[in-house]
Write a protein that binds this ligand. Structure first.
Ligand SMILES: C[S@@+](CC[C@H](N)C(=O)[O-])C[C@H]1O[C@@H](n2cnc3c(N)ncnc32)[C@H](O)[C@@H]1O
Length: 216
């Protein structure tokens, strides 16, 4: 039988991510530095028509690029910017932005997005506030480490978005964290596969008891 530590350490890639300090699944696929529950939630939605804006680039940019219509990433670390730029990720547009200027820079893009991820290495309140004016109907904002940003969480929640908090382990960190998704009330997710939710990584394929039968 697969143990819980095998699922976390190997299948979800916790060991490989900690060794390389780059978040990846056990199969080597790049993932954001988000709780695993958020990553699986995103992996199992059809995001192919989505325009994504990221405050803070990383392996997340590699995660989004093949899944979405476009990903625009704002980054203030020149080394990360160069590393990601060199990958020529299809559909990804990277912008090197001076620290403290991300909110204004994003507003200046004059574009709206279906998903906005607030996960930058600078103040997150101002990018989150700017995101409210850039979110498309039916979209959502991701606030990473939301437990550390109560003012930012309150701002987003009180703007009328629906807050859902995810708590879990995440790659590269030896403690558990929260990430909150703030959904526009018209959000209507499209499943990527036959089922939503899909079977979790390390989960069981089927309920052997057949208790999902409408005629049962
Ligand atoms: C919390 S990281 C998250 C970046 C991205 N959203 C992700 O999930 O991969 C915030 C900042 O750390 C830097 N960074 C990105 N990936 C990193 C990594 N693997 N290790 C250390 N710093 C990283 C970048 O400057 C980035 O903007």
């Amino acid at each position: 039988m697969t143990s819980a530590s095998h699922i976390l350490g190997e299948k979800l890639g916790f060991v490989k991510s900690a060794q390389t300090l780059r978040p990846v699944l056990g199969n080597g696929d790049p993932i954001p530095m988000f709780p695993y529950s958020v990553i699986e939630y995103l992996m199992n939605m059809d995001l192919s028509g989505y325009d994504v804006l990221e405050f803070g680039a990383g392996n997340s940019t590699m995660f989004w690029a093949p899944r979405v219509k476009s990903v625009t990433s704002l980054e203030n670390d020149p080394e990360w910017h160069t590393t990601l730029q060199a990958m020529n990720l299809p559909g990804a547009e990277l912008h090197l932005v001076e620290k403290g200027k991300m909110a204004n820079y994003a507003t200046g893009l004059g574009k709206k997005f279906d998903v906005i991820s607030v996960d930058c290495g600078e103040n997150r309140y101002h990018p989150a506030k700017a995101s409210l004016g850039m979110l498309k109907e039916g979209g959502f904002i991701i606030l990473d480490n939301s437990e550390w940003y109560p003012n930012t969480s309150t701002l987003l929640r009180e703007s009328g978005l629906l807050q859902v908090d995810f708590y879990d382990f995440r790659p590269c960190h030896h403690y558990r964290t929260a990430t909150s998704l703030f959904f526009d009330r018209k959000f209507a997710p499209k499943p990527k596969g036959q089922r939503m939710p899909a079977t979790p990584i390390g989960g069981r394929e089927q309920n052997p008891l057949g208790w999902d039968d409408p005629e049962g």
